[in-house]
Design a protein around this ligand. Structure first.
Ligand code: UDP
Ligand code: MG
Length: 329
């Protein structure tokens, strides 16, 4: 049997809750209140809540320090600058000590009241309990549509199942956390990594609330770049598409060439000139540039990953200045 099964010999299990925060000063007190209530309601577990300050420009850090002083179950990590949500989550995962880890947004779009349901499924033996949105809350119509179209595109180009309509609200067993921490790419697309890691998955349904205060920091540009990140880190299908397309164009060009030659020899037809030539040249030029761009995207990833820089730096954690900054190594 798995050694993790003999819970009898062990003390209370530690549940970590990870919340990346970027300019959430208005939400942190209410978040702590609601999460605190859930933590208090389940004394059978030991709890730690980790707030990751992702270079906020407001007083989020002050709120975190205050919270930590009042209730040491609330820990915090202050990153040296804004690294983006994906990297902030990695920082939290590196620091979490729990037997399981719950990830949720700190703008209260993810209701902490779902956590007991997730924990029950974890106790039933599931390793990755993800919360699926029944409703997506207040979101622009176009973003909703584009996001759904994107998921189906990603699914058709890869063999790993892609989960639709799931954010980063989920419970992960220690095994899954370790697996995710072992994948140390700098440009992270965590939604893809969960699927890449595998393990026993189970869904719970929840209604996504609207953001409590502040505005979403996910601008259209940031979402597009994350979407590209997803494709280039998840699948090499675009590269294959480029070669398939090149192959098809070559065949068509060859057939057309044969046709023109035969026509010129047999009928003595003068070959049609400039306009058609121009169209073909411009079309092929465009296709070549697109293919170069695709290769460039992947090359850029190789360039960035090959530097092997640490994905983030910590300034302060739980009231102490960081003295060692080689995360996860
Ligand atoms: N976030 C972060 N770093 C960033 C941007 C966002 O840690 O650079 C956090 C943010 O504080 C929130 C979560 O990521 O807890 C989701 O961000 P947001 O609500 O802006 O995005 P949306 O919910 O619209 O996808
Ligand atoms: Mg949000």
């Amino acid at each position: 049997m798995d050694s993790s099964e003999n819970t009898a010999a062990r003390a209370r299990e530690l549940v970590s809750v990870l919340m990346p925060c970027y300019n959430e000063e208005a939400n942190i007190p209410r978040l702590a209140e609601r999460l605190g209530a859930v933590m208090d309601a389940f004394p059978a577990y030991e709890w730690e809540a980790i707030l990751v300050n992702d270079g906020s420009t407001d007083a989020s850090l002050v709120e975190m320090r205050r919270l930590h002083a009042a209730d040491p179950r609330f820990r915090y990590i202050d990153l040296s600058r804004n690294f983006g949500k994906e990297t902030a989550m990695l920082a939290g995962m590196d620091h979490a000590r729990g037997d399981c880890l719950i990830i949720m947004d700190s703008d209260l779009q993810h209701p902490p009241e779902i956590i007991p349901e997730m924990l029950a499924l974890w106790e039933d033996g599931y390793d990755d309990v993800y919360a699926k949105r029944r409703t997506r809350g207040k979101e622009p119509w176009l973003r909703k549509k584009l996001s759904l179209a994107y998921y189906s595109l990603l699914q058709t180009t890869t063999r790993i199942p892609v989960l639709q309509n799931c954010g980063d609200f989920r419970l992960l067993d220690r095994m899954v956390v370790d697996a995710l921490c072992a994948m140390r790419e700098t440009q992270r697309y965590t939604k893809g990594l969960y699927c890449q890691a595998g393990f026993r998955k189970k869904e719970v349904i929840f209604d996504q609330d609207d953001r409590l205060a502040g505005t979403s920091s996910m601008s259209a540009l940031r979402l597009v770049s994350l979407a590209l990140e997803g494709i280039t880190s998840y699948t090499t299908a675009p590269l294959r598409l480029a070669s398939v397309f090149g192959f098809i164009v070559s065949i068509v060009a060859f057939v057309y060439m044969a046709y023109v030659m035969v026509k010129a020899i047999a009928v003595g037809d003068p070959v049609a000139g400039f306009p058609s030539l121009m169209c073909v040249i411009l079309f092929l030029g465009g296709v070549q540039l697109i293919c170069l761009g695709i290769i460039g995207e992947y090359l850029g990833r190789i360039f960035i990953e090959s530097k092997r820089r640490p994905p983030y730096f910590v300034r302060e954690a739980d009231g102490r200045k960081s003295r060692r900054n080689t995360p996860g190594e």
